[in-house]
Design a protein around this ligand. Structure first.
Ligand code: MOS
Length: 685
């Protein structure tokens, strides 16, 4: 029997997707469907004075309007990792905590009728002064609540900085960024007696069904959420979204199935975003390039409605050896959309700061930035002192450098011209935490010789179905054609969501345990495995994916335009389950990093506090013409502490690319870019 894991396979649902047979949440036909359109607050802080329902209730097709006066009461205990989550408490009172907060849902027979009435619905506000201006020294700044990425102090940072030959001390800034999945958030809900049924576009049907049950004070077994095909999430679909809560409310009040699909601007305004960050990095080094001290302090914005942590300093505890390391995280509460995980949360903005600063250290020392990284390769965890379960960063750096042609680089800036263009190259090293969380999987040996493998996983388009099919086939020692995989359903038992780069590790672990149990009983009947205990929660291990990213850019000094000409990433992500899907995943991540480096920036009008570019015309994302040839590959790697030796390739591609590009822009121009995105005006300054 040939192994399926490790073999490049196209998506098992690929044909269904390209022929249009695959249905996304808003495509599924449901009889008797009504449509809800959300109305969002236009003010950043205040109270709803009035929602004039009489102005729209006689419009064609309108079934009614839900606002804070008639909405079903929700349980305020509903929440997530950080406790109760005020963003779930929709239409519960007249208070407006940010522009974009839903204030009403208009329900009608057709989508067009609901939209027309929603646009006509008069909402008046009692507006209060708002504060949406983020800065690290904001008076409301406070230490972040940490459930990971705790502040650390190793050694004496000040003494080591004082003893250093070279000290770099700079601030790095990243703006609000939006997940921008291709498929907007959509949910359809209906009640079957006491049972709440929903079709949703999300990353975690099991935990979202649990949240929904709490919100509506239902026993968890009465709530059923399905999420068959999902057109991306990037973090923004990890939570119980407004579309689902409002659809469930409307289905309850109007006694029929209701579909709520957010418009593109509503996805920007009402779902989730990466918070703006302002980071201080101080690095001290000896003349020979050995680091004495790393001090990394990150401030990020939050909403008082929801606790959240942008763990910018996590990789600072992993990447380099230094005698002293200090990290701090602070949160600045503002009247903004509550931030949440997006595309390599923490690590993506954190690595921009740390890896830009490392490049500045190399510049000041006059050493090769690659050599600087190699000289500071730690033997054990720089903060924990614990051994790395596996660490192949050096292999990523060396192999990446070889393929990129790094050894011929002249490290001096602003030396290369091609006609009117300046050219330059840069690199960054990265890490991303790896782990696995408990899930349950059920396998049934069918009479026809096939195996039904059921697990509450989600495929965001990443290839989870394909990867899990291969894992199940190998675990049962059969061909993939004998595996019938069932996923995307909260009824399939507890399962970790598609997030934290822990989908494949968590779900694969449960599938392997179930397969072992089934084989132990002669491959007959049905078994369920529930992987209790948490590999991801073990404190004493240094478990990470690693990568090295190389970039080549051209800069037009007349216009300030930066174009990325070449990107190369070498990754150590443990065993690669499917090289085709994994490559696609990390290339997608690198494009996300390119987009972060050059384009993405949520902008606010300081007067209204509102997002002013909440659509794809105003919020730029890297498009085809922005993306060069990208080379991505994997060094041999194996994670001994996780079943199958997998670490996960979900998000690490998003990390490091922005710093590699910023460092290449410095190499081209001789000017540091310490604020993202690297806009034309910033290059011209
Ligand atoms: Mo991901 S940003 O952990 O959904």
């Amino acid at each position: 029997m040939k192994n399926a894991v490790g073999v490049a396979q196209p998506r098992v649902e690929g044909r269904a997707k390209v022929t249009g047979a695959a249905r996304y949440a808003a495509d599924v036909p449901v009889p008797g469907l009504a449509f809800g359109v959300v109305v969002l607050s236009t003010v950043s802080r205040g109270r709803v004075l009035d929602v004039d329902v009489s102005a729209v209730q006689d419009m064609a097709g309108v079934l009614g309007v839900i606002d804070h006066r008639n909405a079903p009461r929700l349980d305020p205990a509903a929440g997530g990792f950080f406790g109760p989550d005020g963003q779930l408490q929709l239409l519960q009172d007249e208070v407006i905590p940010f522009a974009g907060r839903p204030v009403a849902l208009v329900v009608a027979e057709t989508l067009e009728q609901a939209r027309t009435a929603a646009e006509a619905l008069p909402v008046t506000y009692d507006e209060e002064p708002h504060d949406t201006a983020f800065s690290a020294d904001h008076p409301a700044s406070r230490p972040a609540v940490t459930i990971f990425d705790e502040p650390v102090d190793v050694g004496d940072v000040e003494a080591e900085l004082a003893a250093s030959s070279v000290v770099v001390e700079e601030r790095y800034r990243t703006p609000e960024e939006h997940c921008s999945a291709m498929e907007p958030h959509s949910a359809t809900a209906w009640w079957e007696g006491e049972r709440l049924e929903a079709i949703d576009s999300d990353q975690a049907p099991f935990s979202i069904a649990r949240t929904l049950a709490t919100l509506f004070s239902l026993s968890p077994d009465l709530v059923h959420v399905r999420t068959e095909h999902v057109g991306g999430g990037f973090g923004s679909k990890g939570l119980c979204g407004p579309q689902l809560i409002l659809a469930a409310m409307a289905a309850l009040l109007f006694g029929r199935p209701v579909r709520v699909t957010l418009t593109r601007p509503q996805v920007f305004l009402a779902t989730a975003m990466r918070p703006a960050t302002d980071q201080l990095v101080r690095i001290g080094a000896d003349a020979d390039g050995r680091l004495r001290a790393i001090h990394h302090e990150a401030a990020f914005e939050i909403s008082p409605l929801v606790e959240y942590l942008e763990g910018c300093t996590e990789l600072t505890k992993t990447l380099y050896a230094a005698r002293a390391i200090r990290t701090r995280l602070s949160a600045v509460p503002l009247d903004i959309l509550p931030p949440y995980s997006m595309r390599g949360p923490g690590a993506a903005p954190g690595s921009f700061a740390l890896e830009s600063a490392m490049d500045e250290v190399a510049e000041r020392l006059g050493v090769d930035p690659l050599e600087l990284r190699l000289r500071n390769e730690p033997v054990t965890g720089p903060v924990s002192g614990l051994p790395f379960s596996s660490r192949n960063l050096v292999a990523c750096l060396r192999e990446g450098a070889r393929r990129f042609g790094w050894d011929t680089r002249d490290h001096r800036p602003r030396r290369r011209r091609e006609g009117a263009l300046l050219t330059g190259t840069g690199l960054a090293a990265t890490s991303f935490s790896a782990g696995a969380f408990p899930s349950s999987a059920t396998i049934t040996a069918e009479p026809d010789g096939t195996f039904t493998v059921a697990i509450g996983a989600t495929d965001l388009g990443t290839g989870a179905r394909t990867a899990l099919t291969a894992i199940a086939a190998d675990a049962l020692a059969v061909g993939t054609e004998r595996i019938r995989l069932r996923i995307s359903d909260s009824g399939l038992g507890p399962a970790w969501g598609a997030g934290g780069s822990r989908g494949t590790t968590s779900w694969g672990w449960a599938i392997i345990e179930a397969a072992e149990k089934l084989r132990a009983q002669g491959c007959r009947g049905t078994v369920t495995a529930d992987t209790t205990g948490s590999l991801g929660g073990l404190p004493a291990r240094e478990r990470h994916s690693f990568s090295a990213v190389f970039a080549e850019v051209t800069v037009d000094p007349m216009t300030g335009e930066v174009r990325v000409r070449r990107l190369l990433g070498m990754f150590a992500v443990g065993r690669v389950v499917n090289p085709l899907m994994a490559r696609s995943q990390v290339v997608g991540g690198m494009i996300g990093g390119l987009s972060m480096a050059l384009h993405e920036e949520g902008l606010r009008d300081p007067v209204s506090g509102r997002h002013v570019n909440a659509d794809f015309a105003g919020y730029h994302i890297a498009a085809h013409a922005d993306v060069p040839d990208i080379e991505a590959d994997f060094v041999p790697d194996h994670e001994p502490g996780i079943p199958m030796g997998v670490k996960g390739a979900g998000e690490i591609g998003n990390v490091g690319t922005a710093a590699a590009i910023a460092n290449a822009v410095w190499h081209a121009t001789g000017v540091r870019q310490r604020s993202l995105p690297i806009r034309l005006d910033r290059v011209l300054e």
